[in-house]
Design a protein around this ligand. Structure first.
Ligand code: N01
Length: 549
């Protein structure tokens, strides 16, 4: 962080610990969601305090600074659209921005709109309690600072609680160990070392090729092979940037009503209605386009198991072409779940990396990890000596960051109690029984099934409009009804039930990676455009499903 920013943030704050600092709204989290919420609510004339646990803004893009970390939605799409000047003046250097550039961008936004003065860093919120008499939230940080706010906005992120699996012996390990989601700021020197990576999800598939270039030897411990698309990243092409910027109004409008909130081409045809040659051509085109384009090769990839298997087999064929050793290629070939129902990964030279002499793939499904030893790691089949161990083992997804906070609504009921069997809220925004509390891009909304920045803007703007509506009516309290919440949950489940997601429940979308977590499909898969339409309809009907008093 620059000194300038430090000065700003330290000027902000509370005078005395224990004396509530009064604002109209507290926003928890200063990632893309929290930063925009601050800007938007300020334009309504509200006083806002953002509380951020980290030592800088950026959220995901602050903590996930592992080598190779980058976005897998095109930068020109994965950026704010609320101000045309901002989107015209910012120059992205690559098709897919890397983590440092995304962090520079979000800090530029904070500078440009003078946001730092209302952001308090190193301030983890550990409790928020609703007071019925005053209809206000009391929000506390771990340092004992107290804020009183009419509204509390949770912009805590859906993949922000890093999860290190409970493997025996970790405390005895004499080397260094790290989690990709909590990467040290000074970096990790892997040069010449024996490095182990546990996990083969999105983080690992970005990190493995980069670390392989540095390490003496890299061992990748794989439990489930994933589908990894080539990112096809490249430096920004001037003409593409120029044309895209000229078309921004139409492109942003299109993204807002699209299925996933971005401009990736969708093929409206069904996979099995075309000839095998046309199918192959389309899959090949998508492979060349790279990243997540394959998800939209045909309209029924995530619905029809036959179409899905055609796609899966195309990708397995690519793996066999790339990976020299047929046994390694087979081990890298995903099986046992439908293509795309575990988050599709996007990487550069991932499969090629397994042709390197200094890289070994170890199957820890057939021979599970037994324990971590002082010198490395032991599976039921062999022992591996390691200097550095990297956990690319994911997050307590979607609910973890909110449930870490002791949130108490009406009658002292906690969010943890309410969500004991899975997250519940109206439109994914407002949990019934928790007045004046709003969630940005969380469970029950398109969230992780969308271009996050697009969803964040939609949510923040919608919540701000609701707050403005309540203020104009002189209301002090806005709460979702139990009936509206239940109807929304039914709709979320019904939308998921139409897809193959529900047939492959072994993913973090279901909380399957977190021990003890209820197995509930959490995101809304009905589409970004559909969601926007439904939310706008609720607003047009005077916020049907909310009690505003
Ligand atoms: O985490 P993950 P991630 N023993 O949960 C394995 C986003 N993201 O950090 O599948 C052995 O996907 C686990 O195995 P299994 C994106 O939405 C985006 O990679 O449970 N292995 C799996 O292989 C993504 O989905 C980008 O059998 C263990 C891996 O660890 C989400 O973040 C980049 C294990 C965890 O994969 C999370 O991705 C990065 C154990 N005990 C992340 N425990 C972009 O490109 C876990 N595993 C934008």
């Amino acid at each position: 962080m620059s000194d300038g920013h430090q000065v700003h943030t330290h000027l902000v704050g509370v005078e005395d610990a224990g004396v509530p600092h009064e604002v109209d709204a507290v926003v928890v989290g200063a990632g893309f969601a929290g930063v925009y919420a601050l800007h938007r609510l300020r334009t309504l004339g509200l006083t806002v305090q953002v509380l951020e646990a980290g030592s800088d803004i950026g959220g995901t893009w602050y903590h996930n600074r592992y080598p190779g970390a980058r976005c897998d939605i095109e930068s020109l799409d994965y950026s704010y659209s609320f101000d045309d000047d901002l989107q015209q003046e910012w120059h992205w250097t690559e098709r897919y921005a890397a983590q440092p550039e995304l962090l520079r961008y979000i800090r530029h936004v904070a500078d440009r709109y003078d946001l730092w003065r209302d952001i308090r860093l190193d301030s983890r919120v550990d409790a928020a309690t609703f007071d019925e008499a005053s209809s206000r939230w009391t929000v506390r940080t771990e340092h004992g600072e107290v804020f009183s706010a009419r509204f509390c906005i949770l912009a805590t992120g859906v993949l922000s609680v890093a999860q290190v699996p409970d493997i025996a012996g970790l405390e005895s390990f004499q080397g260094q160990w790290f989690h990709t989601g909590d990467w040290p700021h000074e970096g990790v020197d892997a040069s010449g070392k024996r490095v182990g990576v546990i996990g083969t999800g999105s983080s690992a598939t970005q990190l493995v090729p980069v670390v392989a270039e540095q390490a003496g030897h890299l061992t990748v411990f794989q439990r489930t092979a994933n589908f990894v698309m080539p990112a096809q990243n490249h430096p920004m092409i001037e003409q593409v940037e120029r044309e895209w910027k000229a078309e921004y109004p139409e492109r942003r409008a299109k993204a807002r009503v699209s299925g996933f909130g971005h401009n990736q081409l969708s093929n409206p045809k069904r996979a099995m209605e075309v000839s095998p040659e046309e199918r192959r051509r389309e899959f090949e085109l998508r492979w060349q386009l790279g990243g997540l384009y394959m998800m939209r090769a045909f309209s029924d990839i995530l619905v029809d198991p036959v179409a899905n298997e055609e796609c899966a087999e195309f990708v397995r064929g690519k793996i066999r072409e790339i990976v020299a050793d047929p046994e390694v290629a087979e081990l890298l070939s995903p099986r046992g779940f439908h293509f795309g129902t575990k988050r599709l990964c996007s990487g550069t030279d991932y499969y090629e990396t397994f042709n390197r002499e200094n890289v070994t793939l170890v199957d820890v499904r057939t021979a599970p990890i037994e324990r971590i030893t002082p010198t490395g790691l032991r599976t039921t089949a062999a022992e591996y000596d390691l200097d550095v161990l990297i956990f690319a083992t994911g997050f307590d997804a979607m609910t973890g960051s909110m449930l870490k906070i002791d949130i108490r609504g009406l009658d002292g009921r906690t969010l943890r109690e309410k969500w004991a069997h899975g997250p519940r809220s109206y439109l994914g925004v407002a949990p019934a029984g928790f007045p004046n509390l709003f969630i940005v891009a969380g469970p029950g909304s398109p969230s992780v099934f969308s271009n996050m920045v697009n969803s964040i803007e939609q949510h923040v703007e919608w919540i701000a409009a609701l707050i403005e509506h309540a203020a104009l009516r002189g209301a002090r309290r806005v709460e979702a009804t139990e009936e509206a919440e239940q109807a929304w949950i039914d709709h979320v489940n019904e939308a998921a039930g139409r897809t193959l997601y529900v047939r492959s429940p072994n993913s973090w979308y279901f909380g399957a990676n977190t021990p003890g977590k209820p197995r509930v499909f959490m995101p809304y898969v009905g589409g970004v455009g559909t969601y926007r339409h439904l939310a706008d309809d609720v607003a047009a009907k005077d916020y049907e499903g909310f009690l505003i008093s």
